[in-house]
Write a new protein. Structure first.
Length: 427
């Protein structure tokens, strides 16, 4: 690799920071983020997302910019002006109507455009529908920089494959799809990632192919989970344990072992809408993709209704009952609360007149309050409850003595299907 490579990572969240940390082991890296609190915390050597442990982060941090390997974090745009690779890792959410919101991509492209120089390469990692990089982002870069695409500067796309909270499948251990706006640039982008990704890379023939590959990865998982969620509803009506059915079916070598559950987060619960939106722009109305989304989005209210039915069967007065919700993040052992479907369960339970206490040792109470106007606690309550719902299977929850938290006649409902015989019921 060219010794003159200097990389800027735009966005230091769940995707950007692990990538910046990895590249910083071999290259000078400038991590840029507009969140001053985030950058201040990172500079102190702590990652509040828990994706990079403090010791690992501190090994690559540098206190000032230089041409040696290491990671320098900043909120000052001019600090990335000397970089020649710009990797954009900002989120791609949907709005309240589930339409793609490209605002973070537009703004980050404008920022990069202000410092873009001849010969530079801009790589996008954010999950998008096919065409966004070249049709939406590149024109912003051209307009702001006054440079010509594929003449003065170039682009690449390498979709992120970060699995938040997963300490086994870390960024360097997951094969990386790469692509470039020209065949020569594609080889450069591929070589850059190949220099740090031990699992290897796959060079796609075009940026659009790489974009499409990423968006269908999560759409496929969403549809498969929707299928088993529908099975859970059917088997529940029949009085059959869904987990036992799946265990039996999994004895066949080619059965896919998906489990029912709440589908939230910023990937699986969002990306199918990007693909659906793009399909509709071409005059095709996707049926399976949107049907899967509708079913998965309905699961929060379904879980709440099942909890209430079981409470009634146990003779527990629903109106005014005290319920403990264990977990508010979108997945286990991860502090990320973006697009968490536990919120749907909580709000539905509150509508039934239930008083809900939310305990999550990982979630930031201020983030939950700001995002959902819900009060949470990081400390285990010292009172007993009429019902307990295990919504997220944090490792800490699996060590709890549930009897200490339950009243004499109480309900323990297991959304994640991990508690076994001690739960009264599970999804």
């Amino acid at each position: 690799m060219d010794k003159s490579i200097k990389i800027a990572i735009i966005g230091l969240g769940y995707v950007g920071l692990p990538l910046a940390r990895l590249f910083a082991t071999k290259y000078p890296v400038i991590g840029f983020d507009i969140n001053e609190d985030r950058v201040r915390t990172l500079k102190s050597g702590t990652d509040t997302t828990l994706e990079v442990d403090d010791a690992t982060l501190q090994k690559v941090l540098v206190t000032e910019m230089n041409n040696g390997n290491g990671l320098y974090c900043t909120t000052t745009l001019n600090d990335i002006a000397d970089c020649n690779y710009f990797i954009i890792t900002v989120p791609t959410p949907v709005d309240k109507n589930n339409r793609p919101d490209l605002t973070p991509l537009y703004k980050s492209s404008e920022s990069v455009g202000k410092v873009l120089k001849k010969g530079d390469i801009v790589i996008y990692e954010s999950t998008v529908y096919p065409g966004v990089t070249e049709e939406q982002c590149v024109p912003v870069l051209e307009r702001v920089s006054d440079l010509v695409f594929n003449v003065d500067f170039f682009a690449g796309y390498s979709p992120e494959r970060i699995n938040p909270g997963d300490k086994e499948h870390t960024v360097e251990k997951i094969l990386k799809v790469t692509s470039g706006s020209t065949s020569e640039v594609g080889l450069k982008v591929d070589a850059l990632y190949k220099s740090v990704i031990t699992a290897g890379t796959h060079l796609a023939p075009s940026i659009k192919v790489a974009e499409a590959a990423k968006v269908i990865e999560n759409s496929q998982r969403d549809i498969n989970i929707a299928f088993v969620n529908e099975l859970a509803k059917i088997f529940n009506l029949m009085g059959i344990d869904t987990q036992e059915v799946l265990t039996a079916a999994s004895t066949k070598w080619n059965f896919l072992p998906f489990k029912p559950g709440l589908v939230g987060g910023h990937c699986i619960g969002v990306d199918p809408y990007y693909l659906a939106q793009r399909a509709q722009e071409f005059g095709y109305h996707p049926e399976i993709i949107l049907a899967g989304r509708r079913l998965n989005d309905s699961m929060g209210e379904y879980v709440a209704s099942q909890v209430v039915k079981l409470m009634i069967k146990k003779g527990i007065s629903v109106n005014g009952a005290n319920l403990l919700m264990l977990g508010i993040t979108f997945k286990e052992n991860c502090p990320d609360v973006r697009n968490t479907k536990i919120v749907d369960v909580v709000k539905a339970l509150i509508e039934y007149g239930i008083s809900v206490t939310i305990f999550d040792p990982l979630a930031n109470v201020n983030d939950v309050k700001k995002e959902y106007n819900l009060v949470t606690t990081n400390s285990i309550p010292d009172n007993k409850f009429d019902a307990i719902v295990l919504g997220v299977s944090h490792a800490e929850f699996l060590k709890l003595n549930f009897a200490d938290l339950q009243k004499a006649n109480s309900l323990l409902y297991d959304v994640k299907g991990v508690l076994g015989a001690i739960a009264d019921n599970r999804l």
